[in-house]
Design a protein around this ligand. Structure first.
Ligand SMILES: OC[C@H]1NNC[C@@H](O)[C@@H]1O
Length: 446
């Protein structure tokens, strides 16, 4: 068997997010977040579950860092809960919140695990949502104040910074389709929210660079490789539209100082275009050090004029799917890495990749062979992308542990560590031991 060996400093990690694992939703001075409010809304979440306790990581972080060290992680991506720092979004600081993250970061550094911090993974302070949230341009300014404080506190300890996680998901699932917090349903509002998220990103990057910190800062974008259902002209155009909407809408302003033309024209045609100072693009395009991508699956699209917005429909792929119903398509990771690096020539991290399966704890073990297969095939594609010229710096499995999967509650398990929510016991799944070996050998069998 050929061994595929990764570059010497390749960063092997796992990822989580504050609302999905911390719990302690209203403890030690933390303010309410939009996800606290949304998950407390009857009917919003599977079986009305919520993140009040989640994986109780707020109290169990030392044990969890020990497990990360046991697996041999080189890095750990987590997010800071903005309202745990600024309960009202700005102004009064919560010292116990600051102390929690200081203790977590120090524990990671003690174990030689590089912290990779996401400043915002959707849990906006509810107090800011009450003032319009991401529909209010001022929220971008408040975000840069929050970011500046975090950089001031931890900027010299943390080498990797991610401003936002998946602005597309936050803007469209939260403000257009109502599936995520704050549960609004206004397509034009979603584009405005998306713009203010990008403005927030740019202001935070400027604050980081002005602070003279010696780490790297970037953004994390959810991407799905897109393929045509047939090779007809119409389906090929549908690929362009879908790629521009879901993959490039939040990338092009950063690297090209404009929104993808094909989508902007659709907005104008549907009276969805919105006004903003063109100088915003000077802020949004503040140079970043890397692009983070979250890859899970691909999209197959076909022309469909009954869709009055994008003029396309999604076609189910033929391959096996995970518990999320997402088709397993590892080649899509290779293809999207090649495309993005070709277009932007910027270092890339895979900041999330992983699979949900209906894991069963039996005799103290979890034999998650399907997840091992999923991870193996995607790690191989990451290797082939590096072999073919992509400056890929690292790979973070989603997720370190089973956690609150947003509207699905705890019904979807993504972790390489099993969480027994009744007892909060953690059990390493077989995939954790698989990943331990990948990290030890810095590679994988072909
Ligand atoms: O759906 C799995 C993951 N996708 N990216 C964002 C994370 O918060 C999700 O849990």
């Amino acid at each position: 068997m050929v061994k595929l060996v990764f570059p010497k400093d390749f960063l092997w990690g796992t990822a989580t997010a504050s609302y999905q694992i911390e719990g302690a939703w209203n403890e030690d001075g933390k303010g309410e977040s939009t996800w606290d409010r949304f998950s407390h809304t009857p009917g919003a979440i599977y079986q009305n579950q919520n993140g009040d306790v989640a994986c109780d990581h707020y109290h169990r972080y030392e044990e969890d860092v020990k497990l990360m060290a046991e697996i041999g992680l080189k890095a750990y991506r987590f997010s800071i809960s903005w309202p745990r720092i600024f309960p009202e979004g700005r102004g009064k600081i919560n010292p116990k919140g600051v102390s929690f993250y200081e203790r977590l970061i120090n524990k990671l550094l003690e174990k030689n695990i590089k912290p990779a911090i996401t400043l915002y993974h959707w849990d906006l302070p509810q107090a800011l949502e009450d003032k319009g949230g991401w529909l209010n341009r001022d929220t971008a300014k408040y975000f840069s104040e929050y970011a500046s404080f975090i950089f001031y506190k931890f900027g010299d300890m943390v080498p990797i910074w991610i401003t936002l996680n998946e602005p597309f998901v936050n803007a469209f699932l939260g403000y257009a389709w109502g599936w995520h917090a704050p549960g609004k349903k206004d397509l034009k509002g979603a584009f405005v929210a998306g713009h203010n998220l990008l403005l927030a990103h740019g202001l935070a990057v400027q604050a980081y660079k002005e602070g003279g910190y010696n780490g790297n800062i970037g953004i994390t974008i959810n991407v799905a490789a897109v393929y045509p259902y047939t090779n007809s002209e119409e389906d090929l155009r549908a690929v362009q539209v879908q790629d521009a909407f879901e993959n490039r809408w939040f990338i092009e302003p950063i690297f090209r100082k404009k929104y993808p033309e094909v989508i902007w024209k659709i907005l104008e045609k549907n009276y969805l275009s919105f006004d903003f100072p063109i100088s915003d693009f000077d802020i949004i395009s503040s140079p970043i050090d890397f692009l983070g991508i979250n890859y899970y699956t691909r999209n197959i699209v076909a022309h469909d004029e009954s869709n009055k917005f994008l003029g396309l429909k999604r076609i189910e792929g033929p391959n096996e799917r995970t518990e999320m119903g997402w088709e397993i398509y590892p080649d899509g990771l290779y293809d999207i890495l090649i495309q993005l690096y070709r277009d932007y020539k910027i270092p890339i991290y895979i900041t999330e990749n992983g699979a949900a399966y209906n894991d069963k704890l039996e005799n103290g073990k979890v034999e998650d062979n399907k997840r091992i297969e999923y991870l193996r095939e995607h790690i191989k594609r990451a290797y082939f992308a590096i072999r073919d010229g992509v400056d890929l710096r690292g790979y973070f499995i989603w997720s370190l542990m089973d956690n609150f999967e947003w509207a699905h509650g705890y019904s979807k398990r993504f972790g390489i560590i099993y969480v027994d929510y009744d007892t909060q016991k953690r059990i390493l799944k077989d995939s954790a031991y698989f990943y331990k070996k990948v990290i030890e050998e810095n590679g994988i069998e072909e």
